[in-house]
Design a protein around this ligand. Structure first.
Ligand SMILES: *Cc1c(COP(=O)(O)O)cnc(C)c1O
Length: 451
């Protein structure tokens, strides 16, 4: 029998070509600076998406704001704009400095997408945006809406009845399903969420309580997406939200950047050549962190350094980038099990679209063990009283990896950042957590204390 091959190469060949795979397969924590990272101005011209696309997404969300404010009263304070707070976390910084025995120069901030209204995770950006975009298209075509209207008119039985003839379908490890399910059901769409084995029971229960059809699979995320895609294609009027390939999701996430820029200005935080910004983003299939990072590069160009964080057991984006194989290779192909407590990141095969788009803009990736995420989860509660889900804590490990690992130090030197680190701002992107039920959070907390 011939050996299993990936794009004409055996795992042995790949290991020889990319020695880093030995450590990846051994599920060691690693920090990988991206050798294909390039100056922004050279690369942005080659990219299909640009700031006009992001601006368009931002404008669309503004058009929908009166509707959102009406149907989700928790957003009325922000006039229907779905945005999260950003907070300083000095006690957590002190905790990390003590535990990991290092000095972290610069400011230390947590971007609380965990507390985004409606669905309590980063998916409230991309997921909700794509549902709104689809609804707008249908309503414009039917002439039930013009772009000049006050979109709060959509909150009406006639509109819900119209949209109920259409269905939406999505595959998810949990949070994308929550965002798309809640938003679609609110608008009247008939919606089906295909959930992978990792999806938490409370997420499925919550969706069912809102009238969403939940189909459960024993397999992982990639399989749930595949089944969802098949199911959607077999039905008329069904729109499939494709987490692996959607540029709409990506653009919905990218809008985060201009919002963040305003928040930093309000806090009198400077980002420029002498004040670098480091952003650490937990990565699953890639759309969320990829979209946010893309938006940030458009906003701050070479002054922002974006890093993706993945579990040691699900480093799909890192694997795709290191080998250049993107979605042609899965972590299972090289003998990694894709089993992690970080359900939002339990993805074995990254998005090829995101990997290729983000490749020249991403500073690097690092991996985090589940134990580490649990420990940080408990520490975040003890030091700052902020409750996050395990996935979100992968971000907090970023500055430690950057400063502790030799490859991280090299990145700092290579980009002439040594003298500027004291002026740096580190942003940990807390991607989810506020909707986790109390009992579940209590379990997480206890687990973190055990490590
Ligand atoms: C989905 C998710 C991510 C990662 O987003 P991707 O688009 O899958 O890369 C990170 N954290 C949480 C909590 C998530 O739900």
């Amino acid at each position: 029998m011939s050996a299993f091959e990936i794009e004409g190469k055996t795992v042995k060949d790949l290991k020889k070509e990319y020695p880093l795979l030995h450590e990846l397969i051994a599920t060691k924590e690693i920090f990988w600076p991206n050798p294909k990272y390039e100056l922004f101005q050279f690369e942005i011209r080659k990219t299909k998406l640009n700031e006009i696309d992001v601006k368009e997404a931002e404008e669309r969300l503004k058009r929908f704001a009166p509707y959102i404010a009406k149907v989700f009263p928790e957003t009325s304070k922000s006039n229907g704009i779905i945005e999260s707070p950003i907070v300083k976390i000095p006690s957590m910084k002190q905790h990390l400095e003590r535990v990991y025995d290092l000095q972290i120069p610069g400011g230390f901030l947590l971007k609380c997408d965990s507390h985004l209204p409606i669905s309590g995770s980063i998916k409230a950006r991309g997921g909700i945006y794509e549902v709104l975009k689809h609804a707008e298209k249908l309503l414009l075509e039917k002439k039930m809406l013009t772009m000049k209207d006050d979109y709060s008119i959509i909150d009406n039985e006639e509109y819900r009845n119209f949209l109920s003839q259409y269905s939406i379908s999505v595959g998810s490890t949990g949070n994308l399903g929550l965002s798309i399910g809640i938003m679609s059901a609110k608008m009247g769409f008939s919606v089906t969420v295909h959930m992978s084995a990792d999806a938490k029971k409370w997420k499925k229960d919550l969706l069912r309580s809102k009238g969403v059809t939940v189909i459960e699979y024993k397999e992982d995320y990639s399989q749930a997406v595949e089944e969802g895609r098949k199911h959607a294609n077999s039905q008329p009027n069904c729109y499939f939200i494709d987490d692996e390939n959607s540029s709409d999701l990506f653009l919905g996430y990218a809008v985060a950047a201009s919002r963040l820029q305003n928040q930093l200005m309000d806090m009198n935080i400077t980002v420029d050549e002498d004040h670098p910004l480091f952003v650490y983003l937990p990565c699953g299939v890639g759309g969320g962190p990829g979209g946010v990072a893309f938006g940030l590069k458009l906003t701050y160009q070479d002054n922002v350094h974006c890093f993706f964080a993945e579990p040691t057991h699900s480093p799909c984006m890192l694997l795709g980038l290191v080998t250049g194989l993107h979605d042609k290779v899965s972590v299972q192909d090289i003998g990694i099990d894709n089993l992690t407590a970080a359900d939002g990141l339990a993805v074995g095969r990254a998005s090829g679209f995101v990997g290729q788009t983000i490749e020249p803009f991403l500073s690097g990736c690092y991996t985090v063990s589940d134990d580490q995420m649990y420990k940080l989860l408990s520490a975040m509660i003890d030091s700052e009283n902020i409750r996050l889900e395990p996935s979100a804590l992968a971000s907090v490990y970023g500055p430690i990896q950057l400063l502790k690992e030799k490859t991280g130090q090299e990145y700092i030197k290579q980009h002439h950042l040594v003298g500027k680190m004291k002026n740096a701002t580190h942003i940990m992107w807390a991607t989810g957590g506020s909707m986790v039920p109390k009992e579940v959070m209590e379990e997480y907390y206890k687990k973190g204390l055990e490590y």
